[in-house]
Each structure stands twice: as C-alpha cells, then as structure tokens.
Design a protein around this ligand. Structure first.
Ligand SMILES: Nc1nc2c(ncn2[C@@H]2O[C@H](COP(=O)(O)OP(=O)(O)OP(=O)(O)O)[C@@H](O)[C@H]2O)c(=O)[nH]1
Ligand SMILES: [Mg+2]
Length: 441
C-alpha cells in the first residue's frame, strides 16, 4: 500500500477515535512506525520521528488555540515534513548545471525536464552532451533537446569531455546550460575522475546527483559518497511516481549532508518540481497543502464560530454556520470530521446551495430569542409562519430546518454526555437510514 494512503488511514483512525488521549497518540505512533519502515525509511529515523511526535503531541501546552486532534495532526505533519527535508529555491538567473549519477537513474530525461522548467520561467536553455561512454547517448540528448525546444551542443564520437566543453563554451549563449554526464553501475573512482574534469572545465553552479526513488534509503549513502567526492549542491530524486520507497529515499537524503533539490514524478517534460517537504507531505496526507488547510479550518472556525468541543449549547445560528463551513470545505469535507472541528455528519455536508440559502434567509428572519432557542418556534405555530413569510419560504421549509437542527442537536447532546457514543450513533444512523441524507436534496 502506498505511503500516502496508509498515512491518511492512520490519521483518520486517530481523529475518529472516541477520545484523543495518550493511548491514542501512542497507537498512532506505532502505526506510523510500521508504515514508514515498510516504505524503507531508516529505522533510526523512524524512531526519532515518533519519539518527537509523542513528546510534542502530548505536550498540550503547545496546542495553543487548537483542539487536541488538530494539534496532533499538525505535529505529525510538521515532523514528517522535517524528516523529509527542506525546500529548494531554484536559481532563476543564468547558471550552469551538471547532472550526474549512476546508470539509468534518469539524468538524460531530467535534463529535458529541467530545460522545460527553466524555459517556462523565461530563461533560454542549452544542453551539452558529456556522456561519452554510453552508445547513442549523444543522439538521445539531441532528441531530448529538440523535444524541449532548447539549444544542443556536443561532438558526436568525441571521447574527451574537455574538448566537448571547450567547444560548447565558445559557442553557447543561453542563460542556463545543462550538462548531461555518463553513468556507472556503482560509485567508483573512474566516474569521480571524469566528474572532476567536467567540474574544472565547465564550472557548474549547480551539481545535481540524480537518484531513482526505487533504491529507497540507500539514496542516503549514495548522496553522501557523491557529496564527499564532488561537492553536490543538491539531489534530484526521480521516479517518485513509480516507487513505494520515495519516502525512504527522501528522508535518507535529507539526513545526509546533501539536500533534495527537485523530484521527478513521471516521464513527461513537466513532471519535475522543486522540492518542498511541507508541500510534499501535505499531498501525502491528501491535501494540496496542509498548512493552508489548517489555516482555512481555523479561519472558518473563527469566522463562523464553530462550536469547539465542549461548547455547551448548539444554537440554530451555530448549526447553520457549521453547515455552511462544511459546504465551503467542499471536497475536503472529510477533513472536517478528521480534525475534530465539528461533529457534522458527512451527509449534511452535501446540503445544496439552494437549501442553504433558504436556511439562511429563514434564520435571518427570526428574532434573536428564536435564534438562541429554537424550541420557541415549535411552541408557537405563528412563529413558524412568520419566519416563512419573512424569508419568502414555506412553513415546511422552516419545519425542515428545525427538524434537521433538532437531529443534530440531540446528537450533539449525546456526544457531550458520552463521546464513546459517537461511533455508535453514527453507525446507527447509517444503518437505519434515519434520514440525514434527505438534507442532500
Ligand atoms: N516513471 C518515471 N520514469 C522516469 C523518470 N525519470 C526518468 N524515467 C525513466 O527512466 C529511464 C532512464 O532514464 P534516463 O534519463 O535515460 O537515465 P540516465 O540516468 O540518463 O541513464 P544512463 O544514461 O544510461 O546512465 C527512462 O526510461 C526514463 O523514461 C520519472 O520521474 N518517472
Ligand atoms: Mg543518460
């Protein structure tokens, strides 16, 4: 199973548990250990990670303004991101790039993707064919340069990289110059010698080691070896799309002296991105950017006055704000319950815009006292009629709002009494079809 999916499952298990306590945090950490180790993350790194998560997650003093569930999700997210590395800021001015690495790691393909990357940011790009060992390497790079629409330099059949580079330097005028180099089956002296020659002649500003994600944590050792030998400025991890060991490779490189600069996520030209650990982990956890999402949930909670767990009274206004907030979160609505920000049943999230608008109008035409205490409306039919008239709706609409509110309110009360009830109520509702789903109409 892929890392993202198992992480999401573990987190939702945690956030769905009746209580978020020390035991739940420990269970979550055990699951994290299992899944990270199976993604080939180094055992030592994994244990360091879960120890930090436990320490921070259980230190509730740190959870300023967050519910415990939110706090734990945030800690897990931050610690995972810290383990996966940092953020690389690509150079967007003229410079020289050397790509190096072992056989088949993706150097030549990455040359094309990098060319595309810099070109799309307004820089002109040239490529130099310095792989003088593999047959047809010249033709392959020439092909790649055509495909990415950039200049190409090389001397077909020439074995001396000095000559190739001297010729290229004399002719090339592009902003970014990318040199593709020879691979080897393992880290070895002849390769290092050749790289030193290229280094001296070409003078690269960036030296990127290209590594395939499928080697997992071995990437750390490889990065360290190459870094010591030629002084890397970064590592490009390719084939992140095809390997379950990407997390292992990333974390291993992050803990070496070298840092991840780009990740390759496919064979197409645009399948390359500057590495950003936070963004990467956000995506693993199922959101484009968890940081932004947390902010969004927090903001909505402020704006819409979502009841925090423990707030004692559910009013019509709060009920409505919850519905609306759930709606705003849209396709991410599962997050809502995951973060423990609300107890809104998932079906309610689907309430149509039209119905929401009706509910809003109805609530607006109520008196402040009615908004505080919806039971007043049930006591007096004329109140219902007045609210319907005032909002241009029918008394049935008002009653529908009231009955939805009452359902949620009674759940709310039950949950407060006994959080362990929550699961059972949810199950029961699903099973018996007590019709929360009608709200979806
Ligand atoms: N799925 C996937 N495939 C990739 C990615 N990057 C490269 N490849 C594939 O990996 C294979 C090897 O890529 P090359 O770019 O030729 O690797 P190389 O390091 O230049 O290989 P040598 O020149 O033989 O050392 C090709 O089939 C590429 O299409 C990636 O990010 N995702
Ligand atoms: Mg190649």
């Amino acid at each position: 199973m892929d890392l993202g999916r198992s992480l999401r499952q573990a987190l939702s298990k945690f956030t769905g548990a009746p209580v978020a306590d020390e035991k739940a945090v420990k269970a979550l950490c055990r699951e994290l250990q299992r899944m990270l180790i199976s993604s080939d993350v180094n055992v030592k790194l994994v244990f360091e990670l879960t120890r930090r998560i436990e320490d921070r997650a259980l230190d509730t003093k740190l959870a300023k303004g967050l519910s415990l569930r939110e706090h734990v999700v945030k800690v897990v997210y931050e610690e995972l991101a810290a383990m996966m590395g940092e953020r690389y800021e690509p150079r967007l001015k003229p410079h020289r790039v050397l790509l190096l690495g072992l056989y088949g790691s993706g150097k030549t393909t990455t040359a094309g993707k990098l060319a595309h990357f810099y070109k799309s940011r307004g820089l002109s790009v040239g490529m130099v064919a310095c792989d003088v060992d593999r047959p047809a390497a010249y033709e392959q790079l020439e092909q790649v340069s055509k495909h990415s629409g950039c200049a190409f330099y090389g001397i077909n059949g020439e074995k001396d990289v000095r000559k190739i580079l001297a010729d290229a330097k004399a002719r090339c005028k592009e902003d970014v110059v990318i040199a593709d180099s020879s691979g080897r089956s393992a880290f070895e002296e002849t390769l290092v010698e050749q790289l030193k020659v290229i280094n001296a002649e070409f003078g690269p500003d960036e030296k990127f080691l290209v590594i395939s994600a499928d080697i997992g944590q071995v990437a750390g050792k490889q990065a360290a070896e190459f870094h010591d030998a030629v002084g890397l400025s970064g590592v490009i991890i390719t084939k992140m799309d095809g390997s379950g060991k990407g997390g292992g490779a990333l974390s291993a490189v992050a803990s070496s002296k070298a840092k991840v600069a780009f990740i390759g996520t496919g064979e197409k030209m645009d399948a390359l991105e500057p590495f950003d650990a936070q963004k990467f982990v956000g995506r693993l956890l199922g959101f484009p950017d968890l940081e932004a999402l947390m902010e969004k949930v927090r903001k909505i909670a402020e704006e819409e006055k979502l009841p925090e767990a423990g707030e004692d009274k559910l009013t019509l206004r709060v009920f409505y704000e919850q519905l609306k907030a759930a709606k705003k979160l849209g396709p991410l609505s599962s997050v809502f319950s995951m973060l423990g920000a609300a107890d809104m049943p998932s079906d309610m999230v689907k309430t149509s815009e039209e119905k929401l608008k009706k509910f809003e109008n109805i609530i607006n035409s109520m008196t402040p006292a009615e908004r505080e205490d919806a039971a007043l409306l049930r006591k007096n039919r004329t109140r219902i009629e007045r609210a319907a008239k005032g909002s241009g709706t029918r008394p049935e609409d008002v009653r529908e709002l009231l009955s939805q509110f009452e359902k949620v309110n009674s759940m709310f009360t039950q949950f407060k009494k006994n959080r362990g009830m929550r699961k059972r109520v949810e199950k029961m509702m699903k099973g018996s079809g007590v019709d929360l789903s009608k709200l979806g109409g």
